[in-house]
Design a protein around this ligand. Structure first.
Ligand code: HEC
Ligand code: HEC
Ligand code: HEC
Length: 349
């Protein structure tokens, strides 16, 4: 990223901070699944799909939002064909585990006729994205990025504030943990960075990437309070145990976006110890003194290089002081305590 560009983005960031807040609270982002015009082609198709025999029979909506309602376990499906090819979808339906080992999506062992029926519906779930129009209508890169983020329905899998889903990392604080350069590398080809990732390749142009990353990088926790309100409501309704509240906090700041699913590490982090990967922190609660653990979470920890003369690793542990209240930090520790693998406890004894 050229220096002057970063500078311009920084200026734009300050200028548009309040505008962005207005956008977020006016619910522009929410439109990606809730406020679609009733009569848009893909919403009509989505409602038809939601009412179809196959969806009713297999209860897809217990996990997926199709049309205006449904579950929150899987991605919102209203614009699925903007991001997945028919070929990908056929493979997914025939053997979800082959594309995402351990997925919560059941293998329904569909017949060929059922697959054809599903495809007939799914190929209609798309909306053309006129990115040139979006880019030329928004001279401010952050606003352009917000509009593209909405047009590509990133909230089908991700979350900002109290909007979106949980399949990808929560992006409320993405600007606090990842550099804009890294975000650009990621968006250009997710599976080149992380083979086998579930994040689709949208084949963005470099102008789209510039705008999207300007928007992503502007996400520095402005929506933290909305996320927090949603969490306290959810934990009130579902389960008030500290470790469950802590799980939601860990989800909000997306520890797993670097430490991997289950926080067992192994995500590529060039020239960082250990082994050019992020560390396994699943037993950190046991391995580290509570004070040390709290210090790392509150103040961050710079990645240690393998080769001191080599590149700076893209990820370091960020400071989460601004994201957490004292009691949220305690909840987060309860969550970390709850995930310590049994094997680590044996070693400890
Ligand atoms: C038990 C919950 C569950 C049910 C029931 C379920 N799915 Fe899924 N589905 C998921 C999850 C979760 C994912 C995302 C993969 C992951 O995170 O494991 C997914 C992913 C998908 C995807 C890919 C989405 C994307 O954005 O790439 C499609 C398409 C899909 N499901 C369609 C369906 C259809 C159609 C049905 C009904 C026939 C169905 N699913 C039933 C949980 C479910
Ligand atoms: C089908 C679900 C899905 C969709 C749709 C999706 N993502 Fe992702 N995304 C993921 C997953 C899963 C990851 C985590 C990658 C991993 O660890 O494998 C991810 C990771 C990311 C990351 C890096 C994670 C971080 O927080 O540090 C960014 C940035 C990102 N996505 C941006 C986007 C943008 C922008 C869009 C819309 C253009 C989008 N994603 C659409 C699933 C999705
Ligand atoms: C931007 C990526 C990133 C995110 C997000 C992140 N970490 Fe880290 N974390 C790292 C890296 C890299 C290290 C290794 C630092 C080093 O070299 O000592 C690390 C180290 C740690 C350590 C020390 C491990 C050890 O054995 O010394 C703990 C504990 C930890 N992280 C906890 C967390 C928690 C809890 C969260 C969420 C609140 C989190 N991290 C979010 C990148 C991240």
């Amino acid at each position: 990223m050229a220096k002057n560009k970063t500078y311009r983005t920084n200026v734009a960031l300050r200028l548009t901070f309040t505008m962005l807040l207005a956008v977020l609270s006016s619910g522009l982002l929410q439109q990606s699944f809730a406020g679609e015009p009733e009569n848009s082609a893909h919403m009509k198709a989505a409602k038809e799909f939601a009412g179809s025999e196959i969806v009713k029979q297999k209860n897809c909506v217990t996990c997926h939002t199709i049309g205006e309602s449904g579950g929150t376990v899987g991605p919102i499906l209203n614009l699925i064909s903007n991001r997945r090819t028919e070929e990908w979808l056929r493979t997914w339906f025939s053997d979800p585990n082959s594309l995402k080992p351990g997925t919560k999506m059941p293998n329904f062992a569909f017949s060929e006729a059922e697959l054809d029926d599903l495809m007939k519906h799914m190929t209609k779930l798309k909306r053309p994205v006129n990115s040139e129009e979006i880019l030329s209508a928004n001279s401010d890169p952050i606003m352009a990025g917000a509009a593209l983020f909405e047009a590509y329905d990133c909230l089908a899998c991700h979350r900002i504030g109290d909007q979106g889903r949980f399949v990808g990392p929560n992006l409320t604080w993405v600007g606090n943990r990842k550099s804009q350069e890294w975000e650009a590398t990621w968006l250009a080809d997710p599976s080149a960075y992380k083979p086998g990732t579930f994040m689709p390749n949208f084949h963005f142009s470099s102008a789209e990437i510039d705008a999207l990353t300007a928007f992503l990088h502007s996400q520095q926790g402005q929506a933290n309070d909305q996320a927090r309100k949603w969490e306290s409501m959810t934990s009130f309704i579902l389960d008030a145990r500290p470790r469950e509240r802590g799980r939601l906090v860990a989800e909000r700041v997306a520890c797993w976006s670097c430490h991997g699913e289950g926080l067992t590490g192994g995500v590529k982090n060039e020239n960082a110890q250990p082994d050019g990967l992020t560390p396994d922190i699943s037993s950190a609660f046991l391995d580290l003194d509570e004070d040390v653990l709290k210090d790392i979470i509150l103040n961050g920890k710079t990645a240690t290089k393998i080769d001191p003369a080599g590149v700076t690793p893209p990820f370091s542990c960020p400071s989460w002081k601004a994201a957490l209240t004292d009691s949220e930090l305690e909840d987060l520790l309860s969550y970390l305590e709850s995930i310590v693998p049994e094997s680590a406890m044996w070693e400890f004894e």
